[in-house]
Write a protein that binds this ligand. Sequence first.
Ligand SMILES: Cc1cc2nc3c(=O)[nH]c(=O)nc-3n(C[C@H](O)[C@H](O)[C@H](O)COP(=O)(O)O)c2cc1C
Length: 210
Amino acid sequence: MKIIALSTSPSRNRNSDTMLDNFIIGMNKVAGIEVEKIYLEDIPIDFYNYENSTGPALHEEKFRDLIGKIENSDGLVIATPTYNFSVPARLKNFIDRIRFLALDLTKHNKFGQPVGKLSYLRTYFIVSGGTPNWAETILFFAFPSFWLRGVFLYFDAKVLGAFYTGNIKAFEDKVILDKCIKKGERYANMVKNKKGNSILERIFWRAPQV
Ligand SMILES: Cc1cc2nc3c(=O)[nH]c(=O)nc-3n(C[C@H](O)[C@H](O)[C@H](O)COP(=O)(O)O)c2cc1C
């Protein structure tokens, strides 16, 4: 089974990127799982507009390759920092651009919204921030883990969990990095066993009827 590990911070080898590396160490412990790490900044992607809404433009070869890889993957892990209560612009634009991959615009649910197409994809989110963990727990709605989980549920992907740390030195914190290894192994086992949504999603989320 294939898992794409997408590192989206502009700062390599810092917090979310190092957390992802350790998550990958954990995933690689699971037999039968093949992980590919990709830096989003290595993939030039134009900003979304109506013209490019149906797929990659001719000159966006690397973006087209990435789309093909996601289509042939069982899992997608996104590692991101928190920027202004949200994600870095590059990740936001990537999510805007994959609309054609993620949504069937010809079908609508009872709210008139397009129907998600990513039911084959099991997702996990690794998030770094500068806000302490206790404050993130209270203000969870102002952080990328909450937003990303919501977006990928809207895309009908399976959401298997998220891990946040507010330690701005996470890249050298052995306790956090060891946790990432364990969570990576657990996630890869869940992908292998084709697990559904995590407990939070099962309690709070009902997909609107088509
Ligand atoms: C432009 C910018 C905006 C930020 N906004 C937030 C924020 O809204 N909330 C927060 O908790 N941390 C914020 N931070 C702190 C980063 O999320 C934090 O330093 C994080 O660990 C960086 O992760 P990275 O090393 O993976 O890039 C911001 C940092 C920058 C550079």
